[in-house]
Design a protein around this ligand. Structure first.
Ligand code: ADP
Length: 611
C-alpha cells in the first residue's frame, strides 16, 4: 500500500531556479542513503515484521474462542486462548516500540547525512549558478525543504513503514483464513485505491509548485530586505509591495490546490473503510449458512479488515506528508544535479570539450592568460561576447575600456573563472581557468568588483579567509598597503567584531577590507572591475597606487571607467558590442585615431589633464 509518485509535470526542472531531481535520481539517492546504514535498516524491518506478526494473534485467537464456545469447549481452553491474546498484544506493544525507536534513530542519522551533504553541495555550487538561481531558492531548500525531508525520515517514514508492514500482514492473514473472504476484502478496498491514485497523480506537481512558490516569495522578501535603501531611494516601495503580494497570492493559490486535493481524498477514504468489512460479513454469512466456513473464521476476517483501517489510516494520513516531503527531498537532491563548480573534476564545462588538454596534474604551466574565440550568452539569450580573442602577458597592466553594456564585466567574470564560455577557451598556462580548483584559482586569478561582503566575525576572520596562515603583522601590512588607516583606530584592533551588532564599516572601508584580502591572497593576476568605485577620487587614486606597489610584477586587468587608468596601463583593449575592436598601448591607439582616440580626446578635453 506504499504510495507511488505519479506527477505528470514532476520531472521538469523549474527554469531560473536550481534544478529538481527526477524520480530516478530521488530513488537512487534514497537507496544510497539506506546503503550507508544497511545494518540498522534491516534490523528495523525485522522488528517491524515481528511486531506485525504478533498483532495478528488477537483476531485469530478470538475466532478460535468463538469456535471453541460454539463447539461446547471448556472454560480452561477459552482462558488459555484469552491469555494468548493478552500475550500477543503485549509482545506487539514491546516489539513495535523498539521498532519505532530503531526507525527514529535511523531517520536522525540519515537526516544528519542529508544536512552534511547539502552543505557540501551548496558550497561547491559555482557562484554564477547561485547568482542566477537566487539566494532565496538555496535558503528555502536548506531550511524548509531539509526540515520537511527530515520530518519524513524521523516521523512520517517510520510510521508509514510500520503501517505498511502491518497492512500487508493483515491482508495475508485474511487470505490464509479463507481465500474467498480475502478476495472480497481486497475488492472492497478498490475505492481507496482509486481515490489515492487520483490524488497521487496530481499531488507531486502541486506540492512542487507549492515549494517553488515558497522559494519565490523568500527570494522577493530577501531581495527587498537587502536592497531596502535602494527601494526607499528610488521610491520602489509600492512596486516591491505589489511584487510581494503577487508572490503571496501564488503561495495561497498553491496551498488552495493542495488543500482541495486533500479535501477530496480524505472523505472518500473514510467512506471506503466500511466497504470491505460489510462485504466480508455479508459473504461470510452466506458461506457460514452453507457450512463452508466457521463462524470464528468470519469474525476473525471481519476483525482483521476492521483492524486494517488503522494502518491504512496512518498511511493515507501521511500520504500528503509523504508527497510534500518527497517533493522537498527532490528539491534538496536537486543540488546534486546542479551545474558543477570548478572544484568538481567531473564537472563538464564547455572548455574541456574544445580547450587544450591540461597538463597531467592540471597545473598551469605559466601565468599567461589566453582568451580564444570566446562567445558567451546569459541564460540562452543573445551573445554578449561574440568572439573575443586576447592574450594577457604575465606582469602587464591591461585596461579594458568601452561603452556600458559592451561586455567588459562579462569578460572579467570569464577571466576570473566564474562563468565558462559557450564557445572558445579562457586558459591560464594552458589550463581552462574554470577547471582550476578553488584554492588554486584563488592563487591564480582574483576578481575584485564593487560588491563587497563583510563577513560576520572579527576583522581578523574577515582577512584570514584569503590567507589562513597569515600572521597579525601580515594582516596589518595588508591593511596599510590598501590605505586602510582607519583600521588602526578600531576599538579592539584586529579583534573588532564586524557586521550587525558589531562595528559597522561604511562602503569605502568595506571596499578597502576586500582589497586587503586580495593583497593577502596574492594572486598573480588581479582583475579590477570598479574595485575602487566607492572611494572618493583622491582615495581611489591613492589606493590604486598602493595596490600597484604591492602587486608589482603581477598582472593587473582593470575595467577602466576613468581614462586615466587606461593612460597609465601598458596596453588598452577597447570593447564594443561584445568584441575587442582595438588593442595596443595608449599612444598607439591615440595615434591610430580610432574609437579610443575619440574617447580620449573628448575625455581629455573635459579634464584638467593627466598628471
Ligand atoms: P559592461 O561591463 O561593458 O557594461 P556587461 O558585461 O555588464 O557590460 O554587460 C553586457 C551585456 O550583458 C549587457 O547587455 C547586459 O545587459 C547583459 N548582462 C550583464 N549581466 C547579465 C546577467 N547577469 N544576466 C543577463 N544579462 C546580463
Amino acid at each position: 500500500m506504499t504510495p507511488t509518485h505519479r506527477g505528470p509535470a514532476a520531472d521538469t526542472p523549474i527554469t531560473g531556479q536550481l534544478p529538481v531531481a527526477d524520480r530516478r535520481q530521488v530513488r537512487r539517492a534514497a537507496v544510497h542513503l539506506i546503503r550507508q546504514d544497511t545494518g540498522a535498516f534491516i534490523t528495523m524491518i525485522a522488528f517491524n515484521a515481528l511486531a506485525a506478526a504478533a498483532g495478528l494473534a488477537g483476531p485469530w485467537l478470538l475466532g478460535r474462542i468463538i469456535n471453541t464456545v460454539k463447539d461446547g469447549g471448556g472454560v480452561d481452553a477459552v482462558d488459555r486462548l484469552a491469555l494468548g491474546i493478552l500475550a500477543g498484544a503485549l509482545a506487539q506493544l514491546l516489539l513495535a516500540r523498539h521498532a519505532r525507536y530503531l526507525a527514529h534513530r535511523f531517520g536522525e542519522r540519515t537526516l544528519a547525512r542529508i544536512r552534511e551533504q547539502f552543505v557540501d553541495r551548496a558550497l561547491a555550487l559555482p557562484a554564477s549558478v547561485v547568482e542566477r538561481a537566487g539566494a532565496g531558492d538555496l535558503t528555502a531548500r536548506g531550511t524548509t525543504d531539509v526540515a520537511t525531508a527530515g520530518q519524513m525520515l524521523r516521523d512520517t517514514g517510520p510510521d508509514v513503514f510500520v503501517a505498511a508492514v502491518q497492512a500487508l500482514f493483515i491482508l495475508c492473514a485474511v487470505f490464509l483464513l479463507d481465500p474467498l473472504l480475502g478476495v472480497c476484502g481486497v475488492l472492497g478496498l478498490t475505492g481507496i485505491w482509486f481515490a489515492t491514485r487520483w490524488y497521487l497523480r496530481r499531488a507531486r506537481s502541486a506540492y512542487l509548485e507549492q515549494g517553488t512558490a515558497h522559494s519565490a516569495l523568500a527570494e522577493v522578501l530577501a531581495a527587498t530586505a537587502s536592497g531596502a535603501r535602494t527601494v526607499e531611494a528610488l521610491r520602489l516601495r509600492e512596486r516591491r509591495v505589489a511584487d510581494s503580494e503577487a508572490e503571496i497570492e501564488r503561495c495561497v493559490t498553491a496551498h488552495d490546490r493542495t488543500l482541495f486535493l486533500r479535501s477530496v481524498l480524505f472523505p472518500s477514504i473514510d467512506v471506503s473503510y466500511a466497504v470491505p468489512v460489510v462485504g466480508v460479513l455479508l459473504l461470510g454469512g452466506v458461506l457460514h449458512e452453507q457450512g463452508t466456513v466457521s463462524l470464528g473464521t468470519v469474525v476473525a476476517a471481519a476483525l482483521y479488515l476492521q483492524q486494517l483501517s488503522q494502518p491504512l489510516d496512518t498511511i493515507l494520513q501521511q500520504v500528503e506528508q509523504l508527497q510534500s516531503s518527497g517533493a522537498s527531498f527532490a528539491r534538496v537532491e536537486g543540488l546534486a544535479v546542479a551545474p558543477k563548480g570548478p572544484s568538481d573534476p567531473s564537472g563538464p564545462t564547455a572548455q574541456s570539450k574544445t580547450g587544450p588538454v591540461p597538463s597531467p596534474e592540471g597545473a598551469p604551466e605559466n601565468d599567461r592568460i589566453e582568451v580564444r574565440g570566446v562567445r558567451f550568452a546569459y541564460d540562452r539569450g543573445a551573445d554578449v561576447l561574440r568572439g573575443v580573442t586576447l592574450s594577457v602577458h604575465p606582469g602587464e597592466r591591461l585596461a579594458i575600456v568601452g561603452p556600458s553594456g559592451a561586455g567588459k564585466s562579462t569578460l572579467s567574470r570569464l577571466l576570473a573563472g566564474i562563468d565558462t564560455p559557450v564557445d572558445g577557451t579562457v586558459t591560464v598556462g594552458g589550463v581552462p581557468i574554470s577547471d582550476l580548483p578553488p584554492d588554486r584559482l584563488r592563487r591564480q586569478v582574483v576578481l575584485v568588483t564593487q560588491e563587497h561582503h563583510v563577513f560576520l566575525g572579527t576583522v581578523r576572520d574577515n582577512l584570514l579567509i584569503a590567507a589562513e596562515t597569515a600572521t597579525d603583522a601580515e594582516l596589518g601590512a595588508a591593511l596599510t598597503a590598501v590605505g586602510a588607516d582607519w583600521s588602526e583606530s578600531l576599538p579592539d584592533g584586529l579583534d573588532t567584531e564586524l557586521g550587525p551588532g558589531g562595528h559597522r564599516l561604511h562602503g569605502a572601508q568595506a571596499q578597502q577590507l576586500a582589497l586587503a584580502r586580495v593583497v593577502l591572497a596574492d594572486p598573480h593576476t588581479l582583475i579590477l572591475d570598479e574595485a575602487t568605485a566607492l572611494l572618493d577620487p583622491t582615495t581611489a587614486r591613492h589606493t590604486e597606487r598602493a595596490l600597484a606597489a604591492v602587486l608589482r610584477g603581477r598582472t593587473v586587468i582593470a575595467i577602466a571607467h576613468r581614462l586615466q587608468t587606461a593612460h597609465d596601463a601598458d596596453r588598452v583593449a577597447v570593447m564594443q558590442d561584445g568584441l575587442v575592436t582595438e588593442l595596443g598601448p595608449h599612444e598607439e591607439l591615440v595615434a591610430a585615431d580610432g574609437a579610443y582616440a575619440a574617447l580620449w580626446h573628448s575625455w581629455h578635453g573635459e579634464q584638467p589633464g593627466p598628471s
